[in-house]
Design a protein around this ligand. Sequence first.
Ligand code: GAR
Length: 209
Amino acid sequence: MSDLSVVVLISGRGSNLQALIDACADPGFPAHIVRVISNRPGAKGLERAAQAGIPTTVIDHTEFPDRAAFDAALSAEINKSQGELVCLAGFMRLLGDDFVGSLENRLINIHPSLLPDFKGLHVHERVIEAGVKSSGCTVHFVRPETDAGPIIAQSTVPVHDHDTPDTLAARVLEAEHVCYPAAVRLIAEGRVVVDDDSVLVDGRPLLAE
Ligand code: GAR
């Protein structure tokens, strides 16, 4: 079985990073994390990586004159690490089109809603405000448009009448921790193909058409 090299990009807490670290600790998991990169020096996820013996790099966006310079530093570090797949895990910087284009179908993200609904920030507040009865998370290939791109995996959770943004976020996060490693496994096993900007898993579309 192939063993995919993964670079994880974080900005904060790193609970999705932890889920990936835990998945990779299983000898049967077909991927391993070669480096964790944070754009914030104090990110808690850096400690999680260090504890797991994974090399870390801080590329502090505030030290760069513009997005292009930051993206170039990020690219150089990813190339140096020989990462085949790059996972955004709570990475809260917008990435430039050139950066995204250079990693086409090798850059994935997890977002705490059922995309294409509720792109952007303050997702759980907006889900509750909208009065919808279910929410969830989405793992997708990254495209230049924010929170868009071919969907690899989704997981749905209920929205309860008395949910607050925090209780809903906690329920969605639990689903994220299952969904993200599952999506990485599918990619590492070579079961994911991007066809005309939609994803086929084992030759079949994810969503009924
Ligand atoms: C997660 O809920 C992730 O889906 C979200 O940030 C959180 C990071 O948590 N990402 C986005 O909203 C990206 N658009 P974590 O640092 O504990 O993994």
